[in-house]
Design a protein around this ligand. Structure first.
Ligand SMILES: [Mg+2]
Length: 302
């Protein structure tokens, strides 16, 4: 096999020719397809993948694909109707060559642990309660937004006023947590912080890195959190009533009108950090707004 592998992927009666490196994984391929089709990785299904690898084997190495040059990988969108039967018309071709910047693609962070770990990792989503009628949605990041993983104790790890903040927010918002880690680590953090058992609020869901996608941004490929993935699960939420809070602005690059940048939290500044009180005040102020995307959240502290 040469340095590169040219794959043909059929989607929506088009043939996408994608150049990948042999060491790329199925997750890398999904990220590339997302860039072209806007279909998120977790929605992509490959019904004729000629191996035991399937939708969930994101660590599968593409170099292990044993196919002839004419093989066409079928790609279906899990959230859409099945593809129409094969047309006799010649499909159109889009040639996408990723080989030039493929080295910048981050490999999937999904790691093969024990069988149980893998199951948790690949699901990437956990529902903890039911959405409440009439509530808005806040999607909260964890590390450096409400938690410092460098904190030596649980007390110092959780951002000051965390529970006051969540209880106050819960009056107007359902609370989703989206972290760029794996589900087991995320659940452990939520449990350690007492966020899954607190009497004054409930969490709506947990999402992990599996739902993050890789996109090109300013010459680099970066991982971001597309709110479309949340909205696909909860039809009552959309850009009008969803707000994402994250210490990394790039995480809501695809939804810039629905993001609030919070100052990164460090346990070393625990004694003087009141960011969550300020954030609660702002979220209370906008809670009755009909369209969050119409607001300028960049100056939320002013
Ligand atoms: Mg963060």
């Amino acid at each position: 096999m040469g340095d590169f592998l040219k794959l043909k992927v059929r989607w929506n009666n088009k043939i996408l020719q994608i150049t990948v490196k042999p060491q790329d994984t199925l997750a890398d391929l999904k990220d590339m397809i997302y860039v072209i089709t806007n279909i998120e990785p977790h929605r992509q299904n490959f019904p004729n993948l000629p191996t035991s690898a399937n939708l969930w084997d994101d660590d599968y190495l593409l170099q292990d694909l044993d196919v002839n040059p004419d093989f066409v990988l079928e790609m279906a969108d899990l959230l859409c109707e099945p593809l129409p039967s094969t047309s006799t018309a010649e499909p159109s071709y889009d040639f996408i060559d990723f080989s030039g910047f493929n080295t910048m693609l981050q490999p999937s962070n999904v790691h093969a642990g024990s069988g149980d770990q893998l199951v948790f990792d690949i699901k990437g989503f956990k529902s903890l309660s039911s959405p409440r009628h009439g509530k808005k949605l806040i999607v909260l990041d964890v590390d450096q937004t409400i938690y410092d993983y460098l904190g030596p104790t649980r007390h110092l790890a959780g951002r000051p006023f965390l529970h006051e903040f969540l209880a106050g927010v819960y009056e107007d918002y359902d609370i989703g947590i989206w972290s760029a880690t794996d589900m087991i680590t995320l659940e452990n953090k939520m449990e350690a912080l007492g966020m899954t058992t607190h009497p004054d609020y409930k969490l709506l869901f947990l999402m992990d890195k599996y739902y993050m996608i890789t996109i090109p941004m300013e010459g680099q490929m970066v991982r971001v959190k597309p709110l479309d993935s949340v909205w696909a699960k909860y039809r009552q939420f959309d850009k009008m009533n969803t707000i994402m809070c994250d210490d990394l602005k790039r995480n809501f690059y695809l939804n810039p009108r629905n993001g609030i940048v919070v100052s990164p939290y460090s346990y070393k500044a625990h004694h003087k950090d009141d960011e969550l009180l300020d954030l609660l005040s702002y979220l209370k102020t906008i809670a009755n707004c009909d369209n969050f995307a119409a607001l300028d959240h960049s100056s939320w502290k002013k």
